[in-house]
Design a protein around this ligand. Structure first.
Ligand SMILES: Nc1ncnc2c1ncn2[C@@H]1O[C@H](COP(=O)(O)OP(=O)(O)OP(=O)(O)O)[C@@H](O)[C@H]1O
Length: 170
């Protein structure tokens, strides 16, 4: 039996720009610039300010683990001398024996950014979802990187709150 497709949300007059414009090519914001001699690193031009895209990549840099912390043994030996530095709200550098590399993303959250800080970046997407648009928020990373913590499903007691990531509040 044929059925008609569901109607668009009645309350919404205009589709948010972020869901309309698709990038035609992979933006260079995902590229890195390396510097083997510890000299100045270059930059790229793309960031949140440059325009709206349908897909955004944000990186949350978690506080470093001490060797006595649970999960430290999951960090591969070859990465233990590698450090990560947040250099701006849209970039970070990775320093290792191989040199220094700069990575630029749509947003980078430094270790001192809390759940509320992360949520404030996501709230526009959550609001679009509440208006009836298709929205996916994915947490990606190696084991122990903080996916569950960031999504509000594990971690300290205050995360077991009805306002996890602010969704209930809004
Ligand atoms: N930003 C953070 N600040 C403080 N602690 C954090 C942060 N992110 C993660 N942690 C802590 O690090 C540990 C591992 O985090 P979490 O369980 O979220 O990792 P995960 O990526 O979900 O791992 P897995 O894929 O193995 O499930 C937890 O004890 C968590 O509380």
């Amino acid at each position: 039996m044929a059925t008609s497709p569901p109607e668009s949300p009645a309350a919404v007059k205009q589709r948010p720009m972020s869901t309309m414009i698709r990038p035609t090519a992979r933006p260079s914001s995902r590229m890195s610039v390396s510097s083997r001699n510890g000299g100045p690193v270059g930059g790229t031009r793309y960031s949140d300010e440059d325009g709206k895209t349908a897909v955004k990549v944000a990186v949350r840099v978690r506080p470093p683990l001490n060797s006595s912390d649970p999960g430290y043994d999951l960090v591969p030996q070859r990465f233990r001398g590698t450090t990560c530095h947040v250099t701006s709200p849209t970039s970070l550098t990775i320093e290792s024996a191989q040199g220094r590399k700069l990575f630029v993303f749509d947003r980078v959250f430094a270790p001192d950014v809390d759940q509320e800080g992360v949520y404030s970046y996501l709230s526009e997407s959550v609001n679009s979802f509440m208006e009836g648009y298709n929205v996916s928020i994915l947490a990606y990373g190696q084991s122990g990187a903080g996916k569950s913590y960031t999504m509000g499903t594990t971690g300290p007691a205050e995360q077991n709150d009805a306002q996890i990531m602010g969704t209930y509040k809004d």
